[in-house]
Structures are given as C-alpha cells and as structure tokens.
Design a binder for this molecule. Structure first.
Ligand SMILES: [Zn+2]
Length: 395
C-alpha cells in the first residue's frame, strides 16, 4: 500500500483537482484498491495557491508498485502536464491570477504528520519537504505532500458532484426545496447562509463542480448529496464522491493569544479595524461581522483573547475574539429612591422625574461599566468563514 497526493491542477479558467483526481482513480490498473479520498485545505496565505486551496490524498493498495508508478507516470504526462500554467483572462475574480503548477507525489509509506501541520499553519518551502518515492511536477507537490501526511483524526466530510458539461458557464441548478430539506438535518453544515437563506453548496464560475454538501458524518454527507441529485430540479451530473476533509476543524488557527489593546485604528472606508496590541497587530475585516464590530468597540487597556493566523506581512488575521476586561463606561439616569424605577429627564435643566411614582430629584447621571456588543467568543458569519474554520457552536 502507498499514498498518492495531487494538488494545484485547477485555475480560474476552470478545472478542479477533485475532478482531475477522479479521472485518475477511475482509470487505475484493475488490481488497485482505492482507499478513502481526502480533501485537505491548506494555509490560506500560501503564495502560488490557486483558488480552492484544497489538495487531495488517497491510499492505494496494489500488488505491483512499480507497475502503478509507471501507470501514474503515463497518466501524468498525458492528462495532467497540459494543465500547467493555465490562467484565465476572466474578470469575475479580483484574486491575483496565479498560474496553476500541478504537483503529484507517491509515497510507499505515509510521510510524517508534521508536514500537514506545517502546511496548514505556515509558509513552507519546497526544499523542506520529505522525499517522496516518486515526485511529478512543481509547486503543487507541497500541497500534495501535506494531503497525504494528514492523519484525519479530526475530520468532517464533503460529498461533491460534478456537472455533466465540464465547460458550462451557465449558473448551476440545484433544487432549492431539496436544499432547504438537507440544510435542516442536524449533521449537515454550511449548506445555506442562515441569514439570507441563499445556497452555499454550489461554486460560481467555470469549475466542473456542481455542488458539495458538508456534514459531520460520511453517511449524512453522502445521503444529503443524493437528495439534491435525485430532484428533477437539480441539473444532471456526471459523477460524485464523498471526501474526508479537514474543513471546519480549525486546524489552521494558532493557539489563542491573550493581549492588551494599545490602539484601535479603524479604516472607515473599508470598515477594517486594526488592533495594535501587546502581542502584535491583529486585523478584523469588515466581512468579519461580529468580530469586526467587537474589535471596533475596544479601546486602549482592554484585555482580549484572540485566535487567528499570521499573514506573511507579520500581522495576524483575526478569526475569533472575546473581550475579557474592558474600560468602556456609560452614563445612565439613577433609580428612583422611592420605588426603584429608572428616573427620566423632564427636559434640559428641569431635573428628573420617576415615571411611576412621580418623585422628583435634581439632574444627575450614574457612571457605570458599559457592556461589549457581544459577550464571549464571536466569529464571522457563516458565509464569510474560511473552509477550515470550526464553528464556535461546536465547542
Ligand atoms: Zn418612583
């Protein structure tokens, strides 16, 4: 038995590593037995990454390893090499256009788990990688090695179906009623945006992927996808597979940091908040919703706990935040000394009056500690979360 890894075969012009791997697996020599295919998301800031930032790994059982390697060699040269360097002139995405640089690896023995942890949390160099039994291609080798190194002790599942027309630019049809049904199941997640009710299962653009359903068990992911595909209101598909993934594991986050706020800088135009803290600079983007709201509310001297990941420029991107202690104060009217109701102003310089017993007193304010807009940990809304982000509600 050995491990096959593949990465970086997709581009904005279309293609998806899941489909490239599927075609490869469907055409293996007959005696090969294919294990569970893993879809592994990696460090979001890795340079040279294509859009999905997902690599694939799978164990393969075969009688004759040399025959398999020679088969993979042919497949690489005939089917995958041509995907190198594809970029799209499309203006649909404002992401930098990085040409794909496919990589494939074969390991007779699964490489050490540490290569996964490095590649999901940091920048890694191609020179620091373990030597594979056989390596094909370029930068994609890094993700391919990370994918086969992942042990998957903590995992979720995603069941993916591919479109019948690989090159269609038509919007995808996925039955809305079936989507509402599977979204209501306990073990599926991120099928619909809980605020807007819009679909989160289908990608946009030229990808061959029709849709992908995420779940906390393999069985539910597979069943939920089947419900979508069986509907006459879902377009026809060419094939499907359920992947074990590191999505929603939170594996990309560094251990949490407790820090004191030194300064809060808000970019009003872009809504970003930059927290200058005793432990580095942390950025909360506008899309972060509650994280951004809480970050903007903070002030000098507040103590916070943060989880995030370090950007190559040295700052941290904030994903989860909670206020521990804070200095914000607010003023409120005192309570009525007769009946305990909150006093109300009768107008400028006219004193306060109790709305219940009509007791009157002089104008005054109580100075009390303010409450943050959110208590406890906050995270971005579902539609803005990274594939890797573990929802707070999962504990
Ligand atoms: Zn009163």
């Amino acid at each position: 038995m050995g491990w096959l890894g593949l990465d970086d075969t997709d581009s904005l012009a279309g293609g998806c590593t899941t489909k490239v791997m599927e075609d490869l697996l469907q055409n293996l020599p007959q005696q090969c037995i294919v294990g569970e295919v893993r879809l592994v998301r990696l460090w979001p800031f890795a340079s040279g990454r294509t859009r999905g930032n997902a690599a694939l790994g799978v164990s393969i059982d075969c009688d004759d390893e040399n025959e398999l390697i020679s088969h993979l060699d042919h497949w690489w040269n005939n089917e995958i090499v041509k995907l190198k360097g594809l970029i799209s002139p499309s203006h649909h995405s404002n992401r930098p256009q990085v040409p794909s640089d496919p990589g494939m690896v074969w390991f007779s023995e699964q490489p050490d788990e540490s290569f996964y942890w490095d590649a999901v949390r940091h920048h890694v160099d191609i020179d620091d990688q373990p030597e594979a039994t056989k390596t094909w291609g370029g930068l994609g080798v890094i993700g391919a090695i990370a994918a086969v190194s992942w042990r998957g002790k903590e995992a979720t599942w995603e069941a993916i179906a591919w479109r019948r027309s690989q090159t269609s630019s038509q919007p995808r049809s996925v039955c809305p009623a079936a989507l509402v049904e599977i979204d209501s199941w306990d073990d599926t997640f991120l099928s619909r945006d809980p605020r807007r009710g819009t679909s989160l299962v289908a990608p946009r653009g030229l990808s061959p992927v029709l849709c992908g359903v995420r779940a906390t068990t393999r069985d539910i992911a597979t069943k939920a996808l089947a419900v979508l595909l069986e509907s006459e209101h879902t377009e026809s598909f060419s094939g499907c597979r359920t992947y074990k993934t590191n999505q929603a594991t939170g594996d990309h986050l560094l251990p949490s940091t407790v820090a004191v706020i030194e300064e809060v800088l808000v970019d009003e135009a872009r809504k970003h908040a930059r927290l200058i803290t005793s432990h580095g600079e942390w950025v909360a983007f506008g899309e972060g919703g509650p994280v951004n709201q809480l970050a903007r509310w903070l002030q000098q001297g507040d103590r916070v706990e943060m989880r995030g990941l370090q950007h190559p420029n040295g700052s941290y991107h904030l994903e989860q935040l909670r206020a521990i202690t804070w200095n914000a104060r607010k003023k409120q009217r005192p309570l009525c000394s007769q009946c305990g109701q909150r006093m109300k102003s009768m107008g400028r310089n006219q004193g306060l009056r109790c709305p219940t017993c009509k007791w009157k007193c002089e104008d005054s304010w109580d100075d009390i500690a303010a409450q943050p807009p959110f208590e406890g940990w906050v995270e971005p809304p579902a539609s803005s979360r990274r594939h890797l982000s573990r929802p707070l509600s999962w504990g």
